[in-house]
Design a protein around this ligand. Structure first.
Ligand code: ADP
Ligand code: DP6
Ligand code: CO
Length: 327
């Protein structure tokens, strides 16, 4: 007997970052976080449970993963098998629709899409809160990619209480995120390793917990009021304070490269010239610029001159998880 399902989930960019786990097995975070789901970057995943298989078979972007590289996916499927009556192995076919090897957050859309497709193929009927909790077990940031628009992840304290909640799902605010592809290579230190090192060794970690609480309290009403300046200042300072945890860890490390610093300088110059925009970046060098739609042309022109037009991608708020019919 076979059972199959396909789901699409979009990536998200964190405006108040998740950077540290309280429980590494259940992926319970140390703090809450808040993100914006993006329309330009997504993952499509098909899962088929098949009694004829002798192992899980995982194909990402057309390439079959070795058993070792498929470990996270295999462990995730084990969870779904435990929760359902399916016992058989599965075939997972996944395509990341992000600019080729751009190094833009992939684990969020990947595990949100996998949670949707695997649970549906296994015959589970999960509401979106339960899907968000399931996605969390694959990758923390995937918790938020179940929903569209601005999404908060309530840290909680156990498996039941840690999940995403939409703040504004249908965003009717003319804002955009301009993504700069500054380095196409895979990062050397994964988010998972990096945040654990920060929790364990940065003396600034307790201050970070207070910063996140303050930033969430500031950014939520500002989003609801469409207060662009407060949202922008909060997300930029939150990003820099997260990255300060990497510099203050031992051994120290950084996700920035030279182009990252140059692009930050350009954002400051744009602001000084009256183009109000703010930057953030996740665990990689690729800057994302939060701006108003009326400034997209000026911003893309400036960065296209600096880094080439192919490396500048304009994204808008995107939707939550979608289930796709078989073609
Ligand atoms: P990112 O910044 O891209 O989220 P992470 O280090 O958080 O980087 O996560 C990358 C992990 O996600 C890798 O283990 C990679 O194998 C996995 N991954 C990426 N895309 C997929 C996919 N479509 N299906 C399954 N796993 C994926
Ligand atoms: C900097 O969700 O990739 O993007 O839970 O270990 O899979 P794991 O980590 P991941 O970490 C994301 C870190 C971040 C900030 C954020 O998305 O909130
Ligand atoms: Co990730």
């Amino acid at each position: 007997m076979t059972a199959t399902a396909t789901a699409r989930a979009h990536t998200n960019i964190a405006l108040v970052k998740y950077w540290g786990k309280a429980d590494t097995d259940l992926i319970i975070p140390q703090t809450g976080s808040l993100s914006l789901t993006l329309d330009q970057f997504y993952t499509d995943t098909t899962v088929t449970f098949d009694e004829g298989l002798t192992a899980d078979d995982v194909i990402v972007n057309g390439e079959r993963l070795s058993a070792q590289r498929a470990t996270k996916v295999h462990n995730f499927l084990n969870l779904v098998r435990q929760q359902s009556s399916r016992a058989s192995f599965a075939r997972v076919t996944s395509v990341n629709h992000v600019p080729t090897a751009a190094g833009l957050a992939s684990s969020a859309s990947a595990f949100a899409a996998l949670a949707g497709a695997a649970s549906q193929a296994a015959g589970l009927t999960l509401d979106r809160t339960a899907l968000s909790r399931l996605a969390r077990r694959g990758s923390g940031s995937a918790t938020r990619s179940i929903f569209g628009g601005f999404v908060e992840w309530h840290a909680g304290h156990d498996d039941l209480s840690s999940y995403g909640v939409p703040l504004v799902e249908k965003v009717e605010w003319p804002i955009a995120v301009v993504a700069l592809v500054l380095d196409p290579h895979h990062k050397k230190i994964s988010s998972r390793q990096g945040m654990q090192s920060s929790v364990n060794t940065s003396p600034f970690y307790p201050a970070w917990q207070q910063i996140v609480a303050d930033d969430l309290a500031a950014i939520k009403p500002a989003i609801l009021a469409q207060d662009f300046t407060t949202v922008g200042e909060t997300l930029e300072s939150n990003a820099m304070r997260m990255h300060a945890l990497t510099l203050s860890a031992w051994p120290p490390y950084s996700y920035f490269n030279g182009d990252t610093l140059a692009a930050m300088q350009t954002v400051k110059e744009l602001r000084a010239a009256g183009v109000e925009c703010y930057y953030t970046l996740d665990a990689g060098p690729n800057l994302k610029i939060f701006c108003q739609n009326s400034d997209i042309a000026a911003i893309t022109k400036r960065f296209s001159q600096q880094f080439g037009g192919d490396n500048v991608i304009v994204a808008h708020p995107g939707p939550g998880i979608q289930f796709l019919d078989e073609a």
